[in-house]
Ligand binder design. Structure first.
Ligand code: LMR
Length: 398
């Protein structure tokens, strides 16, 4: 069966992780995979996670299955985290949530639901978008098409071009949006732009599918959810995939959820039955450990307070790094404008350099994806200078 099978090239981000691991240079800098790092270059277990986990280990009496929809307490607390306490859609009983295997599982589950409802649906994705969106969503059988997003010259959203493209879409087309901290560009919609987009989505009767993998790491836990809260307050149907990988640092626990807003409580109930059925065909029951930890944190005021302060700490470190990076780049490369770095949000920025220049940086032990996406959180105060100098050398070579 498999004797003629050919090796396949790893996903660009996974390939880069392997290259970085294999590099033995002590000065190597990992700006590749989207993982938060502290000033020592570590990704420690959050204190709130550690405490919730110890309590869980002490109290857990069984490892039997939880349920195909996952941990009900987790699902409920995630709804409140994403939509905010007292959101109209929650009050109206129109939201159903299914725990998923990380944000990726939630995205795939959403795609499977759309495909079940109408296999001809096209999902429109930003140019560029996270490299795994394409295989993950198209793997369900849906077709993907791009819409303009990044204005590469300004490092911001080319909003008019985006609106013009979305304005052409037929009713029921799905549009994948990044809730905040756009991956890979860091260029987010402003609140005014979310409002304008809402009007278009209503007018064209589009289905928003929001990917929110970085809540809290852009402007704040509430501010980062502005778009999804607005859309869920004003629209009949919304899908939202959320991840606890980054803001809870639970990467390997694969903890995420798909929130679905239905027309009514009744249609939301029907949607839930399909989500459970589809989850059963993919992973049957989700892993519980990460979800139980998150539920332990969000359900306990003291732990929640600790977690919020840790998320604030991660975000503020990234914002501080952005400012310091801009300063270092201005000092070493004064002829080029890098001001977009402090306007962008979340872990990523697009540097806007060529693939050859990215490869030249790699020779200097600095790793980022070929499209020049850099994980700002991978920098440290003590290697900013090294990075800025290396970039100046590489750019001077043109
Ligand atoms: C990233 O974009 O680097 C992260 O979301 C990790 C991944 O799985 O690609």
């Amino acid at each position: 069966m498999f004797e003629n099978i050919q090796p396949v090239i790893a996903d660009s981000i996974l390939g880069l992780m392997a290259l970085y691991r294999a590099d033995t240079d002590p000065h190597k800098v990992d700006l590749g995979v989207g993982v938060y790092r502290d000033d020592n270059g570590d990704t420690p277990v959050l204190q709130a996670v550690r405490r919730s986990e110890s309590a869980l280990l002490g109290a857990q009496t069984s490892k039997t299955y939880v349920a195909p929809a996952g941990n009900a307490g987790f699902n409920q607390t995630m709804e409140r985290l994403v939509l905010g306490e007292g959101h109209a859609a929650l009050r109206d009983g129109r939201v159903r949530t299914v725990q998923a295997v990380g944000g990726c599982g939630a995205l795939r589950l959403g795609a499977e639901l759309i495909r079940y409802a109408d296999p001809k649906t096209v999902v429109h994705v930003s140019t560029p978008t996270w490299s795994n969106h394409t295989p993950l969503l198209s793997g369900s059988g849906l077709t993907l098409q791009p819409y303009p997003y990044l204005d590469a010259a300004r490092g911001s959203v080319q909003f008019e071009a985006m609106l013009t493209a979305l304005e052409q879409l037929p009713p029921r087309a799905a549009v994948l949006l990044h809730g905040s901290c756009h991956n890979p560009t860091g260029a987010d919609l402003s609140q005014a732009q979310w409002r304008e987009l809402l009007a278009l989505v209503q007018r064209r009767q589009l289905l928003p599918f929001i990917d929110m993998a970085y809540q809290g790491l852009g402007e704040g836990l509430d501010a980062d959810a502005f778009g999804v809260r607005l859309f869920c307050a004003e629209l009949p149907e919304v899908l939202c995939a959320v991840s606890c990988s980054k803001n809870f640092g639970l990467y390997r626990e694969r903890t995420g959820a798909l929130l679905v807003l239905g027309h009514s409580g009744k249609s939301a109930d029907a949607l839930l039955t399909h989500l459970v059925r589809l989850a059963r065909t993919m992973w049957s029951m989700p892993p519980d450990h990460g979800a139980a930890i998150v539920h332990g944190i969000l359900g306990d005021p003291a732990l929640r307070g600790l977690w919020v302060s840790e998320v604030d700490g991660m975000r503020n470190r990234i914002l501080g790094l952005r400012a310091a990076l801009l300063q270092a780049l201005q000092a070493h490369i004064p002829q080029r404008d890098f001001a977009f770095i402090v306007r962008q949000r979340g872990m990523f920025s697009y540097l806007g350099i060529t693939r050859e220049q990215v490869r030249a940086l790699r020779e200097r032990h600095i790793y980022m994806t070929d499209d020049s996406r850099m994980n700002v959180a991978g920098l440290r105060r003590d290697n900013l200078e090294y990075f800025a100098r290396a970039l100046a050398q590489v750019l001077a070579k043109r």
